[in-house]
Design a protein around this ligand. Structure first.
Ligand SMILES: [Zn+2]
Length: 143
């Protein structure tokens, strides 16, 4: 499928549904210098479409790491599983924040595979930025 422009109204609805924050690391737009991006849950290159149900919001960092991935490897079992779907799955059923608020930990195979694939807990720049958010009391999110 050819990449085509996402209608402004669809983008507005996706941003609202995602509560204007990254579906993977939960970084809110008001704390990220770059504009959060509309991402394809199933990438176009993997047969995904611009249908609203295939779109969510991601920060540029998560979107770059996710790239065209649809699966990841569970660090505990070595099993290949589908990545977390922020549109249809509940984040806190698959992840939790460490006590210090810096790292996301996987509770399920999907959570662990997504953390590894998107480097949710080992990107040094993200960890540094989050550490200041914790000091400011802006992080981690509770829901
Ligand atoms: Zn993110």
């Amino acid at each position: 499928m050819a990449r085509s422009r996402i209608p402004v109204e669809v983008e507005r609805r996706v941003r609202a549904s995602a509560r204007n924050r990254c579906g993977y690391c939960l970084s809110p737009q008001h704390l990220v210098m770059a504009r959060l991006e509309i991402e394809h849950i199933i990438p176009i290159s993997r047969g995904g479409s611009n249908d609203e149900l295939n779109l969510w919001l991601a920060c540029p960092l998560c979107n770059r790491y996710k790239s065209d991935k649809i699966t990841g490897v569970d660090s505990e079992t070595g099993e290949t599983v589908k990545l977390f779907n922020p549109r249809t799955q509940v984040l806190f059923e698959h992840f939790y924040w460490t006590e210090d608020g810096l790292r996301i930990v996987g509770k399920t195979p999907i959570g662990r595979a997504t953390i590894a694939a998107l480097h949710l807990s080992d990107d040094p720049d993200a960890l540094e930025v989050r550490s200041y958010w914790v000091i400011a009391g802006w992080h981690p999110p509770k829901d």
